[in-house]
Ligand binder design. Structure first.
Ligand code: 5GP
Length: 190
């Protein structure tokens, strides 16, 4: 997706050798015009698939998934919670997820009320690194006897193992920009 790649080249910052900082248009300030184009592109990639729900993980997936939903007939967007507040239902599906950027482990949770047997679910997230977040969401979908139709990713880091671990679960991955490598602050796409 050319607009996305151009925005990443202009505004993304490389941190160390494996983190891309995109806080000026995705992770802190959100570029809604870009999010709309991302939503349209996800719809194009998953055209013809039956999807009745979008599942993402807090926090950064929420904005992207909410905008994308408008191109999928406004299907409900459910986000897995990393911190279950006192008002969270007790009856939940849960999966243990290692956070790549924070280097901590979360028990991510979704209330059983919001995923049903037979749901056909598109997973959406901002980044794909080692695939732990997406795997956790697939695990939750399987616990509910629902189906993961695919995983839609805004930025995949192609040099990490995420795509392989998801495809090994026989789930389709569509990424709108795939980073091949970083060299200094320069970003090379596949
Ligand atoms: P994974 O679970 O695939 O290892 O990592 C994906 C999650 O970690 C995403 O939800 C995203 O929030 C975060 N993440 C992984 N790599 C990056 C990165 O390079 N930049 C940013 N901003 N977030 C990342």
């Amino acid at each position: 997706m050319e607009l996305l790649k151009k925005t990443i080249e202009e505004k993304g910052q490389v941190l160390g050798d494996s983190i891309l900082k995109v806080d000026s248009f995705i992770n802190h300030q959100m570029d809604i015009k870009l999010f709309n184009e991302i939503g349209k592109e996800f719809k194009k990639r998953f055209e013809g698939e039956e999807i009745n729900k979008i599942l993402t993980i807090e926090a950064s997936g929420i904005g992207i998934a909410a905008i994308a939903s408008q191109y999928f007939d406004y299907v409900p967007v459910v986000f897995a919670k990393k911190v279950a507040g006192a008002n969270m239902d007790k009856d939940t599906y849960s999966a243990r997820v290692h956070s790549f950027t924070k280097n901590t482990v979360y028990d991510v949770k979704v209330s059983k009320k919001f995923i049903s047997k037979g749901d056909k679910i598109l997973i959406i997230d901002d980044f794909l690194a080692n695939g732990r977040a997406a795997l956790g969401l697939i695990d939750i979908i399987e616990q509910a006897s629902a189906e993961a139709v695919g995983v839609g990713i805004v930025i995949e880091k192609g040099f990490q193992e995420g795509r392989k671990v998801i495809e090994d679960k026989n789930v389709r991955v569509e990424s709108l920009a795939i980073v091949d490598r970083f060299k200094g602050n320069k970003i090379y796409f596949k």
